[in-house]
Design a protein around this ligand. Structure first.
Ligand code: ADP
Length: 756
């Protein structure tokens, strides 16, 4: 039945609550099609307005055809219109989201908005900006990109364009660094306006609670080796235990006794510094595994980013955990730092008044997109129907049986020359598999610890005849896999998942690498009942037995796997909600501090305040140093204390969060309420403290006609700063554990970072 012939009220009822109908967009795309000829023969395309969307689409289509040799399909226009209306467009892999996103970004820009296209990584930011460049130019829209190695000047220039492409981390780091500017001329990022987010679910949901951090240099943690040595002597199950999900580790009473004794009879729970140190060492010892969570190369710890499954170059954990892991590996401690400021990805994105995005897997997170961002999903049909064959999971009793089956299956498929792409869950699995294949005389390419550009080039070849590519989840994301000569006749690309992911979206993203644009293709997942997913999230379930050959044919097998995945998804959502509950207030306060900071930076509010507080001194200094110099000195004094007090506030609140559960338990209070009460009170103190310290400094400051002497006045800022992304937060451990004991789910986490 034709969709248009269904009465509207039934169509509305068929729509999922979080989804938007696309009928109106389809009609505009059809109108644009009818006007195609009108623009085909024009020597010069008019600059479109957004008053007539069909005209805009027709002109954009013609511009893309002329400049980048792609005539946008109707579904791409429909996707772009959904983005222009502020939705998340669900479009499958290979449908051409890059072009849809560019049409939408151009549309937003032509409405007079400044647009940031948030891409998955630096490589794609640059590739997409350069690829789409001529298209933008034809529409009179300027475009730029930012990458990790861009200089401040290049960044400022890129952000001055109508459309700027940047990865979420670069965009966030620029916002954080701006936060430390001591002169308005040093600012880099303009006011946020529109964000067009590529791989929207991964940014908005999976990475939402990840903090982006700006840190400044301080002393290295000298005590870490001692703590590492101490925890190395503790035994699992006796001195410490892991929770059922293996995310948290905690000392037992026996363990606490042993540690207290080793530390000279202290009371651990009355020595917060010692407790933190021991917890960090224990976390590094019991939860972080070499070659899974990090590699040791050239005497340095290199993190493996879990969501990307590759070495995150230049990344580090923040202070404590980094030192703990270095001590565990008996490496010298690298420089550590103090957190000057931080913002979560969710907080970063919510700064944009308008948000939209595209991804292959949005419907599964419709609820979160609505809850956290007020976004709705528009499901865009494929240009050509998908004919990929997705086989049911094959379940094995043990990892050994699964891995053997994996090698056999790859060998069988490869025999005919059909290309195989294997998705593994972590680096060590990739390496084991590559070894297994080699033993069978099969050569493969392994992607996991390479840079994005290299990965992209390799993954692009994964559809060639006879190719075997082994890759962790995100390797080469955003790169097209085209089928080689004669591969379609062999059935197209065959994707094998070496285990189901903690979210069905990740499974779907892996599957989606085959069968793009109506290509033939196939997918299957091999799962073992010993996989982490099952062990952690279906722990209480009775597991069906395997047959002689190691295969589990029992009909419960499939259910268990799906069940474990749903439990994992639920746990992740709970962690997301929980983190947001705790960070929301801090981010509101951060916004207020920044508003104040802006006034100091751009105006005379510092001078006014100090002149009012100490009129005598002000008068005296005006005479000796001059009004202009004095105004600038006042600005520097207040900025310094504002930043300093905020840093201290963040540190204080992180301690509060860590200890809150104990206090809340003692007083039968809800931890969150208690946390909020503390935050509100401490924030009020912060405001008073900034004023008090600023006046105090002003009274003693060395100010001459040459200006303020910052060192003489004791206002030294950190000599070096760096930024990183925290993957997960280990400091919540004790806290989350109690939460879980109280019946809610919390989460343990891990940090990783990026250093400059
Ligand atoms: P996605 O991000 O949706 O997976 P991409 O934007 O990477 O897809 O595009 C996939 C491929 O399809 C690219 O190689 C691109 O050149 C091609 N493509 C996209 N749109 C068109 C079009 N309208 N006509 C021809 N090729 C297109």
């Amino acid at each position: 039945m034709d969709v248009a012939s269904i009465p509207r009220f039934i169509r509305n009822a068929l729509d999922r609550p979080g989804s938007v109908g696309i009928g109106a967009f389809q009609r505009v795309a059809a109108q644009a099609g009818a006007r195609e000829d009108r623009f085909r023969d024009l020597a010069e395309l008019p600059r479109p307005t957004l008053d007539d969307l069909a005209d805009f689409c027709a002109i954009a289509r013609e511009a893309a055809r002329r400049t980048i040799d792609m005539r946008p399909f109707d579904v791409q226009l429909v996707g772009a219109l959904a983005l222009l209306s502020g939705h998340v467009a669900e479009m499958a892999t290979g449908e051409g989201k890059t072009l849809s996103g560019a049409i939408a970004a151009a549309g937003h820009a032509l409405r007079g908005k400044r647009v940031h296209v948030i891409s998955v990584n630096d490589y794609l930011a640059r590739r997409d900006a350069e690829w789409m460049g001529p298209f933008y130019e034809a529409l009179g829209v300027s475009v730029g990109w930012v990458g990790q190695s861009s200089t401040p000047e290049e960044r400022r220039e890129a952000y001055a364009r109508d459309v700027t492409y940047a990865s979420v981390s670069e965009a966030g780091f620029d916002v954080l660094r701006d936060r430390m500017a001591t002169s308005a001329a040093d600012l880099i990022v303009p006011e946020p306006s529109v964000a067009v987010i590529d791989e929207a679910d991964s940014v908005l949901v999976d990475e939402a609670r990840v903090p982006l951090v700006l840190a400044g240099a301080a002393d290295p943690g000298a005590d870490a080796p001692e703590a590492a040595e101490l925890v190395r002597r503790l035994s699992k199950g006796y001195h410490y235990e892991l929770d059922e999900q293996g995310r948290n580790v905690f000392l037992t009473t026996k363990g606490t006794d042993a540690v207290e004794k080793a530390l000279g009879g202290i009371n651990l729970y009355e020595s917060p510094d010692e407790l933190t140190r021991i917890n960090l060492a224990l976390h590094a010892h019991a939860l972080l595994t070499r070659d899974v969570d990090y590699l040791v190369r050239d005497g340095r710890v290199q993190l493996i980013s879990q969501s990307r499954g590759r070495v995150a170059t230049l990344q580090r954990w923040p202070d404590g955990l980094q030192a703990a892991v270095e001590a565990k590996e008996a490496l010298p401690a690298s420089e550590t730092g103090e957190i000057l400021d931080s913002i979560t990805v969710q907080g970063l994105i919510r700064r944009y008044p308008e948000i939209c995005g595209m991804t292959g897997t949005a419907v599964a997170v419709e609820e979160q997109l609505r809850e956290f961002y007020g976004l709705k999903v528009a499901v865009i049909p494929p240009n050509r129907p998908c004919v990929r064959v997705d086989e049911p999971d094959r379940v094995y009793g043990t990892v050994t049986d699964k891995e053997r089956a994996l090698v056999d299956e790859i060998a069988k498929v490869h025999e005919a020359g059909r290309p195989v792409l294997v998705g593994t869950l972590d680096v060590s699995e990739s390496e084991r598999l590559a070894e297994g294949l080699r033993a069978e005389g099969l050569s493969c390419v392994v992607l996991n610890a390479k840079n994005d550009a290299e990965e992209a080039a390799i993954i692009a070849e994964a559809g060639a005849r006879g190719a075997i590519t082994v890759s962790t989840q995100m390797a080469g994301r955003g790169t097209d896999i085209r089928l080689g000569e004669g591969v379609a006749e062999l059935g197209g690309l065959y994707v094998i998942g070496a285990g189901r992911h903690p979210s069905s979206r990740l499974d779907d993203q892996l599957r989606g690498r085959a069968g793009r644009q109506g290509d033939p293709g196939g997918s299957v997942f091999l799962v073992s009942l010993e996989d982490d997913l099952i062990a952690q999230h279906a722990a209480g379930e009775a597991l069906p037995p395997a047959d002689q050959d190691g295969v589990v044919r029992h009909k419960r097998a499939g259910w268990i796997v799906g069940h474990a995945q749903r439990v994992a998804e639920g746990a992740n959502l709970e962690i997301h909600r929980n983190t947001w509950r705790y960070t929301r207030l801090l981010e509101l306060q951060r916004g207020q501090v920044l508003e104040q900071r802006d006034k100091v930076l751009h105006g005379e509010s510092a001078a006014d305040a100090l002149a009012r507080a100490r009129p005598e001194r002000w008068k005296e200094l005006t005479e000796s140093a001059g009004e202009k110099v004095l105004g600038e000195a006042a600005r520097q004094i207040v900025l310094y204390h504002l930043d300093r007090c905020w840093t201290e506030y963040l540190g204080f609140m992180s301690d509060v969060r860590e200890g809150i559960h104990l206090r809340a338990l003692g007083h039968r209070l809800r931890p969150l309420d208690e946390f909020h009460r503390e935050a509100v009170a401490a924030y009020r103190r912060l405001e008073d403290e900034v004023a008090r310290r600023s006046v105090e400094t002003f009274e003693n400051a060395v100010i001459t006609e040459d200006g303020l002497d910052p060192l003489g006045t004791g206002l030294a800022r950190p000599t070096s700063t760096w930024t990183y992304m925290v993957q997960e937060n280990p400091f919540g451990d004790a806290f989350d554990r109690v939460l879980r004991r109280l019946g809610s789910t919390g989460g343990g986490r891990r940090r990783s970072g990026e250093e400059e």
